[in-house]
Design a protein around this ligand. Sequence first.
Ligand SMILES: Cc1ncc(COP(=O)(O)O)c(C=O)c1O
Length: 472
Amino acid sequence: MSTARVHRRDEAGPLTDEAELLALEALYCSHGDTVHYTEPPKIFESCEGSFLFDAKGRPYLDLQMWYSAVNFGYANPRLNDAAHQQLERLPQLASQYLHREKIELAAHIARDAARKFGLKGRVHFNVGGSQAVEDSLKLVRNFKKGKSLMFAFEGGYHGRTLGASAITSSYRYRRRYGHFGDRAHFVPFPYHFRGPKGMSKEEYGHHCVKQFERLFESEYNGVWDPKAGEAEYAAFYVEPIQGTGGYIIPPRNYFVELKRVLDKYGILLVVDEIQMGVYRTGKLWSIEHFGVQPDVIVFGKAITNGLNPLAGLWAREELINPTMFPPGSTHSTFNANPMGTAVALETMKMLDEVDYASMVADKGAYFLEGLRELQRRYPIIGDVDGLGLALRMEICEPHDSFTPSKTLVDRMVDEALKADLEVDGKRYGLVLDIGGYHKNVVTLAPSLHISRDEMDLAIELLDQVLRRVTKN
Ligand SMILES: Cc1ncc(COP(=O)(O)O)c(C=O)c1O
């Protein structure tokens, strides 16, 4: 089979083409990424707004938007235009030189943080989320004079580079590679739906903080030296709303109480906003819902709407000033690439001009009501919840609406991808993502620009999928 043949649309039509492409993929692409989580893997040809399209032009309503990297819709005209303009003017520049978009973007993020948190700080860029997490580890370890131990949450996800996977709770991501860094001490997240019965959400939040604080009660609990007044741990890595962990929204009191403990024992708060940032929850940073000051914020994904990748971190001045973190402390060829910073800067301007806070809150409430309505009709939906347009639907066994059912959720994803759902005589597919501690949660991250009609369509398509998997 020649490559030329693969690219040509011959009389056999796109279907043959797709089969050939899949045959090539099977032979020549590494299967070490996540493509083969779905069998057979799916090929898409184009995208617009809330939809992906396959080779036959069939629309798939995307309810996960590239794991929340495309918050502003596929082919967003304003952001695409910013990319085109940068492509014409200054698309390439070694990261040892400056370009105006990098400077303006850093200033924008730092001024916003100063306004919101009352803290001076600076921004450092990198390419992907995991790399930015690596940079944050360097920053923290440097500031804490080489202390390398971190707290992180059970169910937390911070990426799959070696340092990031050491603070990501799943052993699965480390199993093949041995240890390259210190594994975090993993602390339970206040996951109320699966917490002990008989406690309100807030009571459970308080209980979780108390359990964490126990670690500091005596030196024999392994983290605190009362004589030196020093903890062995440098920072606590948190996702305010757990992403891969299943879009879990903590009790409102949790982070304020946790931060009191961290401050008391001199432990930094590093907030990973890679998935929940950039208005997914209705705020630029999801930690803004919880009234605490972060020491470091790590961001990525939607800041460029999934165009040229850009990630980075904001840190308090004390940690990142040029004496503490001098030139050459870290570097990557593409770290503040002009294409990425130009689009991210345009994203920031757009966020200033449009009232995303109310828009996302309104749409989130509407979508959540649709999910609640489905929950009333389908006992397999054990829990639904949402903050802004970060929404969850936890799929369980029908007899108790609680025992996790990965089997049912896997079937839902398969049915959704068949693209034979039908509404008003038109056929659709549905793109869903699975998360959660038991891989039984449909984690919904629709475009923030999704329309009411598209939300109605989403609920109708989910209804059809649920009907199929609950039919014996
Ligand atoms: C919360 C969080 N942190 C870090 C990462 C890693 O980012 P990347 O996949 O861009 O390396 C992700 C990716 O899903 C994430 O959701």
